[in-house]
Write a protein that binds this ligand. Structure first.
Ligand code: ATP
Ligand code: MG
Length: 656
């Protein structure tokens, strides 16, 4: 903990210091990835609190994910500032809603809807429509867009016309599904995540007494990742802030990756127009990544188009030189995964902690093959969004069992023959049905197994650090850690989607599956959507401090057809590629696929031999020839699950 308030300012560069010292009035920080925006924001609060200028309970720090909120609280504690609320928009709103609901509406707050997509499917069925999973994803996303832009069903068709949106269905039909969905929720007394924000906004708008109460509590606001604020979140922020203006926002327009939820960097870019007296600070020194990583990030952005790209700032790395990014093309996906796992094992052997390594992919369904490969290579890993280790049910249960065993002592027959501490822990856990072998697949069972495996590793580490320690010593250690709410010392490699990785950083980052169809994702059709995919890759690249690996596989399975192409976004940037990334929709990035045309020659009637645009798989981009697959618009074996992008944020919120 820094000894004096001024010491909090040490470790900030002059521009960051300006942010920290501008404690009154609106402040806006526009800067690229890794330039210390989050750090400047955190130190600003810590300095204000330590100097006695800000009362901690009056500060509300809004972050984008719960993990980011947790990290900010941790940093604030290290800087000697506690008691500040660091939350996501959703969790801050839900807390207020729960508090004010009985007074404003009466009764208890309705429960949160668990299976939104199912309810949308039901609503569609009531409108006599059967939607496949891709259509459901699109329709659900569209309803979310309507809600965050505060568009009611009746106004939806006009809103589509006005914004020239590419609606997934006839707007009138979609409005009908939307309105039925809302009715079903009311009938069942449930609310969805958008409702949490909408209801909070509604109550604060209608009830001045409640709004005044909230404004009395929070007086200073900071918002991280402001480029991804949705119109609804902006409205909520406006209501919180009222006519005061102690608001500090930071963001990077080039990292706008949630526009499918209605988020827009306009709020960030127009901040000065709305707040004429605002202090605007730009940061360009990149403290996170090596010059090699920064060079690639700058190169990628130099090919970007659109409004966000017009505001980009060239990053300048402050770190020593590191290794060049590694580009690898594999024959098939399992080989890509196995080789990635091997390289990760080598990095760990070379001294990089597993917790400092991440594998990032575009959609969650890509994780499975990496989970398998890492498990086979004996590398611990964790999926993003897990709850706090010592708070997990299985870990608490294991703790109780260990405490019981420690009391029974060495005479307990259970522990007979268990010569070391970790074996004792394994023996106790085996009474809970735990075995040393991981269960197949992913999901809750696997998560539970991973938690207990982490507990065993923790016992091993403890034993190594304190030879001769007893089970009682271990239990005491576990209690202390649980009390301090520490994460386990043994951390695994992070597996996460690119959306879930924003704001975070690792020493080594593996960006995998970088093929056309995945990056950009096949359903990115318009120029804007393709640009957003490019920004997503930018977010991925800029997560790496030192080691950066980019890879793709030409076919899905061994011996399969090599029908995939590397992402267009690396054209002209990676060795051996030519030309800049092309604009335009999927399939515009060079290389002409003539396969379908050739196969048709000779057997089909002349009238059908006219060149047709090939039907491509929505997920991997492969040209489809099978009639069933063409109807589905995706390969039979390609994932059809909902993109976590749509829900990652909400899952993250729920995990906490
Ligand atoms: P992103 O856009 O990805 O959210 P950011 O701009 O918020 O990035 P931070 O996460 O705050 O960047 O900082 C990136 C890294 O650089 C962190 O490890 C941080 O501790 C470090 N850093 C930031 N500023 C400084 C500084 N002045 N001196 C040393 N290290 C710094
Ligand atoms: Mg940040």
């Amino acid at each position: 903990v820094p000894e004096t308030p001024d010491a909090v300012l040490d470790g900030l560069d002059p521009e960051q210091r300006e942010v920290a010292l501008a404690l009154h009035g609106p402040v806006c920080v526009l800067a690229g990835a890794g330039t210390g925006k989050t750090r400047a924001l955190t130190h600003r609060i810590a300095y204000g609190v330590r100097a006695g200028i800000l009362q901690p309970a009056t500060v509300l720090a809004v972050t984008f994910t719960n993990r980011a909120a947790g990290e900010m609280r941790g940093r604030l504690r290290q800087l000697g500032a506690t008691g500040v609320q660091a939350r996501t928009f959703h969790s801050a709103a839900l807390r207020q809603l729960q508090y004010f609901w009985p007074k404003a509406v009466g009764g208890e707050l309705p429960r949160l809807l668990e299976r939104k997509v199912q309810l949308v499917a039901e609503a569609a069925a009531r409108c006599e429509l059967r939607l496949d999973r891709n259509e459901l994803r699109d329709v659900t996303g569209e309803i979310e867009w309507a809600k965050v832009t505060q568009t009611v069903p009746a106004d939806y068709p006009a809103a589509v016309a006005k914004t020239q949106r590419d609606a997934p269905r006839d707007p009138a039909v979609l409005a009908q599904i939307y309105s039925t969905y809302e009715q079903l929720k009311r009938d069942r007394s449930v609310i969805d995540f958008e409702d949490v924000l909408l209801l909070t906004v509604g109550i604060l708008q209608d009830r001045n007494d409640i709004a005044e109460h909230v404004r009395g509590q929070y007086q200073h606001f900071v918002v991280d990742e402001y480029q991804d604020v949705s119109p609804l979140q902006q409205r909520l922020l406006d209501l919180w802030v009222g006519d005061r203006d102690d608001l500090c926002v930071v963001g990077d327009a080039s990292q706008t990756i949630y526009s499918f939820t209605g988020a827009t960097p306009d709020h960030l870019l127009n901040f000065r127009t709305r707040h004429p007296g605002a202090t605007v600070v730009k940061l360009v020194r990149d403290y996170r990544s090596t010059p090699q990583v920064v060079h690639l990030a700058n190169g990628l952005l130099s090919q970007a188009h659109g409004k966000a790209a017009d505001h980009r700032l060239e990053l300048v790395s402050q770190r020593d030189k590191g290794p060049e990014p590694v580009y690898t093309e594999y024959g098939d996906e399992p080989t890509e995964a196995e080789s990635t796992a091997r390289r990760i094992r080598d990095l760990i052997a070379a001294g990089v902690p597993a917790g400092e390594i991440a594998v990032l992919y575009r959609v969650n369904s890509q994780s499975e093959v990496y989970e398998q490969a890492l498990a086979d290579a004996g590398v611990p890993y964790q999926l993003r969004g897990a709850e706090r280790f010592f708070e997990r049910a299985e870990v608490r249960e294991a703790g109780t069992a260990l405490r019981g065993a420690a009391r029974a002592g060495r005479n307990d027959s259970l522990l007979d023959g268990a010569e070391d501490l970790a074996s004792q822990v394994r023996a106790v856990l085996s009474t809970k049905g735990w075995t040393g072998r991981p269960p197949a697949g992913s999901g809750a069972v696997r998560d539970r197994w991973e938690s207990l495996a982490a507990l065993v590793r923790l016992a091993e580490d403890f034993e190594a650090a304190k030879p001769g320690a007893t089970l009682t010593d271990l239990v005491r250690e576990l209690d202390e850690r649980a009390a301090a709410q520490h994460a386990p010392t043994v951390q695994g490699v992070t597996l996460a989607s690119l959306h879930a990785a924003k704001g975070l950083e690792w020493d080594a980052v593996f960006l995998v599956g970088l093929t056309e169809g995945m990056m950009p994702i096949a359903y990115a059709k318009t120029d804007e959507q393709v640009e957003e995919e490019r920004r997503l890759l930018y977010v991925g690249i800029t997560r790496a401090r030192i080691h950066l690996s980019l890879s793709w596989a030409l076919s899905r399975s061994p011996g399969g057809r090599a029908n995939r192409r590397p992402t267009r976004f690396l054209n002209g940037l990676r060795p051996g590629s030519t030309g800049a990334g092309t604009r335009g929709g999927v399939g515009g990035g060079g290389g002409i696929d003539r396969g379908a045309g050739r196969a048709a020659v000779g057997r089909t009637p002349a009238v059908e031999r006219r060149p047709r645009s090939p039907v491509r798989c929505r997920v991997c981009g492969r040209t489809l020839t099978d009639a069933g697959e063409m109807k589905l618009m995706r390969c039979e074996e390609c994932p059809s699950d909902m993109d976590e992008a749509l829900y990652g944020r909400l899952y993250d919120w729920r995990a906490a």
